[in-house]
Design a protein around this ligand. Structure first.
Ligand code: ZN
Length: 92
């Protein structure tokens, strides 16, 4: 196994900890929110993740990059740039 899939798997494994108690969780492999059925991360999930990482925007971007890698393998019909915008670009 290469490092990249391992990082993606770790990011998914700790997802519950990052959005602890939040009903706005991704329903994989479609990556829509289980609560509001919007593409995840939905607006409430972004707020929760932003709060969890506070001022550590780089940490949030790295974490979302891991989820982005996992989502790319599962959302095979989505253009790569759209998935990047959805998962990583908003963290700036
Ligand atoms: Zn939601």
């Amino acid at each position: 196994m290469t490092a990249r899939p391992a990082r993606a798997a770790r990011a998914v494994a700790v997802l519950d900890d990052r959005v602890d108690g939040d009903p706005h969780q991704p329903d994989r492999p479609g990556w829509d929110c289980r609560c509001c059925e919007q593409p995840w991360p939905c607006a409430p999930a972004k707020v929760r993740l932003g709060e969890a990482y506070a001022a550590d925007r780089l940490g949030l971007a790295i974490y979302m990059g891991g989820l982005y890698e996992q989502a790319l393998t599962e959302l095979r019909t989505c253009p790569c740039g759209d998935v990047f915008t959805r998962f990583v670009a908003w963290t700036r």
